[in-house]
Design a protein around this ligand. Structure first.
Ligand code: DGI
Ligand code: FE
Ligand code: FE
Length: 195
C-alpha cells in the first residue's frame, strides 16, 4: 500500500491527537531508518498502522484475540497491550498487508520482545521518543538514538518498566524479555553485578 493511501485509511480510526502522534512516529521512524539501515518504506508503513486498533472496542479486540492465533495470556493483562497484536492481524485481513517484518514491528511496538530486529527497534523507539513525548528521561533517549539504536531502546525499555512498577502495574513477559535481551546486547551479560 502506498503511504498516502495508508494515511487516508488510518485517519478516520484515530482521534486528532492520536493521528498527529502517528504522523510524528512516522517522521521519527523514517529518520531512524535512514540512520540504522532499515527499509524506509517498511518503517513508514509500520509507523502509520502501529496504533490503528488503539480505539477498537474491548469486545472486538477480545474476540479477535480469542479466535486468532494470538496468545490468550494477553487477555490476563491490561487491554493497553492488545492494540498492537490485534493490528498486526487486522491489517492483513482488512488491507492485505501481509509482511512479516511489518506485522512483527506493529505487534511488538508496545512491549518489545527478545531478539528485536532493527525495524522492531526503530518503531519501538520512534513511538517512545517522537517530538510530542514528554516522558522523564526522553531527552537522553533522543540523544542516545543518534548514535546507538540498541542502547537507546534499552533506555526506553528500562524507563517504561520503571514507570510501570511505580504504578504497581503488572508487566507482560515480553516487556521483560525485551529488557533482558537488550541488556545482554549492550553489555554482553557483564552487568554491574556480573549478570
Ligand atoms: O499506543 P501508545 O500510547 O502510542 O504507546 P504504547 O503502545 O507504547 O503503550 C501504551 C501503554 O502501554 C504505555 O502507557 C505503556 C504501557 N505498557 C507497555 N508495556 C506494558 C504496559 N502496560 C502494562 N500494564 N504492562 C506492560 O508490560
Ligand atoms: Fe501503541
Ligand atoms: Fe503510538
Amino acid at each position: 500500500m502506498k503511504i498516502d493511501d495508508a494515511i487516508k485509511v488510518v485517519e478516520p480510526f484515530l482521534t486528532k491527537k492520536r493521528f498527529e502522534h502517528t504522523i510524528r512516529v512516522k517522521d521519527t521512524a523514517v529518520l531512524l531508518a535512514e540512520r540504522y539501515n532499515v527499509s524506509q518504506s517498511k518503517a513508514e508503513l509500520s509507523a502509520i498502522f502501529h496504533d490503528y486498533c488503539k480505539y477498537r472496542s474491548l469486545e472486538e479486540m477480545k474476540r479477535i484475540i480469542k479466535e486468532s492465533s494470538l496468545p490468550k495470556d494477553l487477555l490476563q493483562y491490561h487491554h493497553e497491550l492488545w492494540h498492537g497484536p490485534v493490528a498486526s492481524i487486522l491489517i492483513e485481513r482488512e488491507y492485505g498487508i501481509r509482511n512479516r517484518d511489518i506485522q512483527q514491528a506493529i505487534y511488538y511496538h508496545t512491549t518489545g520482545r527478545a531478539n528485536m530486529s532493527n525495524l522492531d527497534m526503530v518503531l519501538f523507539l520512534a513511538d517512545y521518543m517522537e517530538p510530542g513525548r514528554d516522558f522523564p528521561g526522553v531527552t537522553q533517549v533522543r540523544e542516545m538514538a543518534e548514535k546507538d539504536l540498541v542502547r537507546a531502546c534499552w533506555m526506553a525499555s528500562k524507563n517504561t518498566i520503571t514507570f510501570l512498577m511505580h504504578k504497581n502495574s503488572r508487566i507482560y513477559p515480553d516487556t521483560f524479555y525485551a529488557y533482558n535481551d537488550l541488556t545482554l546486547r549492550i553489555n554482553g551479560g557483564n552487568g554491574i553485578n556480573g549478570d
